[in-house]
Design a protein around this ligand. Structure first.
Ligand code: FAD
Length: 270
């Protein structure tokens, strides 16, 4: 069983984020692995571990490979992936890829999966449900379309049996069960699992683990399909929302109704 996990480098949501020319400013050293991709990594690791426990994988068999499309800072995301137990990390990088939109991102990630597939068969591609900076939630579907693979999205439960992947997902008040044969693309929600804490040994090993860097040329990819040149969308503007007005708290000691009426009158709300 060989699984590719997509791991995006995103600005830390706990830090203040800025925009420049319609793009998120990705300041060096302030980014991290997209938190929702930790669920994807956990799902992949569990599937491989389950195959090992069932005796369907021999010693040394089974691999989880993390792929990111990012600048050199993206190594931060891959090192975190190593800490969690990922075996191999690949960063697809090139100045020409800057400005990639959803289609460009999916084209590049798909090309990386295809290249990995030339080395040894890829059974499954697992992604998070969204990147916490872009929040498009479309890359998994576009990736499945690029690869021509069945795509199961927003899984809350994942099961693998007899070469078929079955997921359960919850949409409004409906619980759906979907199945597809492998190879396939899968996106998991943050409810799919609880990502593990990195162990000390893996933290130490992650520091010196090799990160492979691939260029569009290594992937046989025309850089014009991605980057600003290939973008089919354009951000017209991006600006922080104005700060919320201060909240007025009233401690109700019996006169709350009067205070509420007073607030509504003062703010011309009646
Ligand atoms: C005109 C334009 C220019 C842009 N320029 C840039 C830019 O210069 N730099 C930039 O970083 N973003 C840029 N973006 C944003 C970029 O297009 C999106 O971040 C990217 O397409 C992924 O979309 P998303 O973040 O909404 O991912 P989603 O669809 O929300 O992501 C779902 C899952 O896909 C996987 N995934 C998504 N992106 C990556 C990735 N890069 N590597 C690995 N896995 C991934 C993750 O597993 C993630 O959980 C630009 C967007 C537009 C519209």
């Amino acid at each position: 069983m060989r699984i590719v996990v997509t791991a995006k480098y995103v600005p830390d949501i706990n830090t203040e984020r800025g925009f420049s020319e319609g793009r998120v400013v990705r300041t060096a050293g302030e980014g991290t692995l997209n938190e929702l991709d930790e669920n994807a990594i956990e799902a992949a690791l569990r599937l491989v571990e389950a195959e090992r426990e069932a005796g369907r994988l021999g010693p040394g068999e089974g691999e989880v490979v993390a792929v990111t499309m990012a600048g050199p800072d993206g190594d931060v995301a891959l090192r975190k992936a190593f800490q969690l137990g990922v075996d191999r990390g690949i960063r697809v990088s090139d100045d020409a890829l800057a400005g990639s939109d959803y289609f460009g991102t999916a084209a590049v990630l798909a090309a990386a999966v295809r290249k990995l597939g030339e080395q040894a068969p890829v059974d499954l591609v697992v992604t998070g449900m969204a990147a916490l900076d872009g929040l498009g939630s479309v890359v998994p579907t576009l990736l499945g379309a690029e690869l021509g693979l069945p795509t199961l999205n927003l899984a809350k439960k994942v099961e693998l049996a007899d070469g078929a992947l079955t997921i359960t997902r919850e949409i409004d008040d409906v619980t759906e069960s979907l199945t597809a044969s492998l190879p396939a693309v899968l996106s998991v929600t943050d409810g799919a699992n609880q990502p593990r804490f990195p162990g000390f040994k893996l933290i130490m090993a992650a520091r010196s683990k090799e990160i492979e860097v691939w260029s569009p040329a290594d992937l046989g990819l025309d850089p014009a399909v991605a980057g600003t040149a290939g973008a089919r969308t354009e951000t017209l503007s991006a600006a922080p929302r104005p700060a919320r007005p201060e909240v007025e708290l009233v401690t109700d000691k019996g006169e709350g109704g009067v205070a509420l009426a007073d607030f509504l009158i003062r703010n011309d709300l009646v």
